[in-house]
Design a protein around this ligand. Structure first.
Ligand code: FAD
Length: 597
């Protein structure tokens, strides 16, 4: 069941009020000409129309019907082809693409909202253009001019799709042990052999060509991640005039039968001496792929918020309409046999938790998108460098914390419906199944946590962290006199102190305890995420407290206060768990994990 409405007001609030996007755009020549407030609002409203009217109605059937495989061909669910065509005709595929190659050059802050709307409407559908956008970004950043000219325009227009081929049966989190091989050919191209699994959109019937970005090893390359190169492997090779030529031997062996996102084809891809073209330099493939993966990782966080927003909208409506039981403070609907679910504190807690995580997450992804825009468009080297460091630090948090909270939110949305949430009719169980993958792919959330704590915090002795923490401290200081904000800034200051202390403790203990980082990482990321959302809520409260007479701002303050009172305290549990160290995790001998021993 779909009655999704894009949260336009919240998106406009973040763009225009919290993050002053226009001011930022005005001082960046590459976007100043392209966009202003009215254009941004018009783009959002067109995106809202497409996603709610065209894509969202397909979501239920895409789950029932799924993508299907026959003799190497994949058929997407009914209606995906027409919706995809409309998506492409509207230019959405190239929204933030490079204008030199037919993209529209729009900022990420704006694009991230369109992504969220598309994910809310249907994760299965959204994945097809999402992978193409990520592949285009990697090519735009690392490919030669000739390669960009060959592929980008058709990828931005949606005529061709892109994929990301990393995973192999025995190489998932540890890509260093991959075995896909790229043998050099006389004409300077390569022959790629091997099997990649779980490839999203590896085969489909939406586009006339598919441009696979494939990681593989050239014989003689160094062992491990430093010996991986990136190749473009088109499904159809191109003739000299750019028209489609011979079929390249890259084929879809089967598709997976999965828990959710059934309309998204997850493919086993076989490369049988398929012709590939090296992107950039040899052995730098994993670095290049990180351009795509970082894009996708923020996109996963946005995917989570998108699904959880859909879940919230339905759950809030249901909780108001469904009557069960009476309020503890006296009858509220005397004309009815029972009061609405919304009178019950526990139902309110579920809805407020969802909303606090959704709006906190949307604000956080916009904050990270703003840093990405600074990296891409700013002329100020110092500002760019700082933004780069913030992106590096915050990307794993956006991926993992946003999706963890989204999964919790979708489960809560299902719970608001009681038994009706468990049956197919209302769409809540599909959201739970669909959103679960966001915690797993693009590097599991456990791997994100190790990236945050191991690489981004401990390995550089908290340098990136210092930058972020100083920004939060400055915000607290600048608002110290604002009594109306004290309910936000004081708990934020306390959470910041706790994070600083626990970071120091981990940095100290890990030199003696080599399992300390691994033992602390997921709790650390959760505490870090809570601190970040508290900062986001404080920023949103700052822009709302003067205007508390309007419903929108009033709701912001109510939800923000709920976050501070009922969700931020979770930080203490995570810190206690970290303080317990690695002993209780590592003490039990390996053999005792298996009951047969
Ligand atoms: C629906 C779907 C779509 C996908 N789409 C794509 C795609 O388009 N392209 C692509 O290349 N891949 C894709 N993937 C693959 C996905 O990215 C991987 O499944 C994921 O990265 C995890 O790898 P794995 O499954 O091999 O798990 P493993 O790496 O075997 O991990 C298993 C568990 O062990 C943990 N673990 C592993 N190593 C460590 C470590 N060093 N320290 C601590 N914990 C560890 C993990 O966190 C996880 O919980 C997709 C997967 C699915 C299911």
């Amino acid at each position: 069941m779909s009655n999704y409405q894009a949260p336009m007001r919240d998106m406009q609030f973040l763009l225009h009020e919290v993050f002053n996007a226009e001011q930022l755009w005005q001082r960046m020549p590459a976007v100043a000409e392209l966009i202003d407030k009215d254009t941004a609002d018009a783009i959002l409203s067109e995106g809202a129309k497409l996603t709610s009217e065209v894509i969202a109605p397909l979501n239920r059937n895409s789950d029932e019907q799924g993508a299907t495989w026959t003799n190497g061909d994949v058929t997407t669910p009914d209606g995906f082809d027409k919706a995809y065509q409309l998506y492409c005709d509207g230019g959405w595929g190239g929204l933030s693409g490079d204008p030199e190659h037919g993209g529209m050059g729009m900022p990420k802050m704006l694009q991230s909202f369109v992504e969220e709307m598309t994910q809310s409407a249907s994760i299965s559908f959204a994945l097809y253009p999402m992978l193409t956008a990520g592949a285009s970004l990697a090519l735009s950043a690392h490919a030669s001019t000739e390669m960009k000219q060959t592929y980008l325009e058709n990828m931005y227009s949606g005529k061709w799709a892109g994929t990301m081929c990393l995973t192999e049966p025995h190489a998932g989190s540890d890509l260093g042990i991959m075995t896909a091989k790229a043998e050099p050919l006389d004409d300077g191209s390569f022959a790629l052999s091997g099997t990649k699994i779980f490839i999203t959109g590896g085969e489909q019937d939406l586009t006339e060509n598919i441009i696979h970005l494939v990681l593989a090893k050239i014989p003689g390359a160094p062992e491990g991640p430093r010996g991986i190169s990136m190749f473009v492997v088109p499904k159809f090779l191109l003739n000299d005039d750019g028209s489609l030529g011979a079929r390249n031997p890259v084929t879809c062996g089967s598709i997976e039968h999965k828990m959710g996102i059934k309309g998204s084809a997850t493919c086993v891809m076989n490369f049988d001496s398929a012709k590939g073209f090296l992107v950039g330099e040899e052995n730098k493939g994993l670095n290049y792929m990180f351009t795509m993966m970082n894009y996708e990782r923020l996109g996963m966080g946005i995917q989570g918020v998108g699904a959880a927003e859909s879940s919230y909208q339905q759950a809030a409506e249901y909780a108001i309409e469904r009557i069960q039981g009476r309020s503890a403070t006296g009858v509220k609907s005397a004309d009815k046999k029972a009061d609405s679910l919304i009178v019950h504190p526990d139902v309110r807690k579920m809805l407020l938790t969802m909303r606090a995580f959704n709006e906190g997450g949307r604000c956080f992804s916009t904050y990270v998108a703003k840093q990405l825009d600074i990296v891409k468009f700013s002329d100020d080297d110092n500002e760019k460098k700082q933004a780069e460091q913030l992106v590096a630090l915050l990307t794993p948090v956006a991926k993992a914390f946003m999706t963890d909270m989204a999964y919790e939110s979708c489960n809560l949305g299902q719970m608001v419906f009681g038994g009706h949430g468990y049956v197919r009719e209302w769409g809540q169980e599909q959201l739970v199944r669909d959103v679960r993958i966001a915690q797993i792919y693009e590097g599991t959330n456990g791997i994100q946590a190790l990236d945050l704590l191991g690489r981004k915090v401990v390995a550089n002795q908290g340098k990136f962290l210092e930058l972020y923490f100083t920004e939060i401290s400055n915000f607290i200081e600048n608002n110290a006199e604002q009594q109306a904000l004290a309910a936000f800034t004081k708990p934020l200051a306390s959470a910041l102190q706790k994070l600083k202390a626990i970071t120091q403790l981990i940095i100290t203990l890990q030199s003696d305890d080599k399992d300390m980082v691994g033992a602390s990482a997921t709790d650390y990321l959760a505490a870090f995420g809570l601190l970040s959302y508290a900062y986001m809520w404080a920023m949103m409260a700052e822009k709302s407290s003067d205007q508390a007479d309007e419903n929108f701002y009033q709701a912001k303050l109510y939800v923000g206060e709920f976050f501070i009172a009922r969700l931020l305290p979770r930080i203490d549990g995570h810190i206690l768990a970290i303080e317990a160290g690695s002993k209780s995790l590592m003490a039990m001998p390996e053999g005792l994990f298996n009951y047969n021993h």
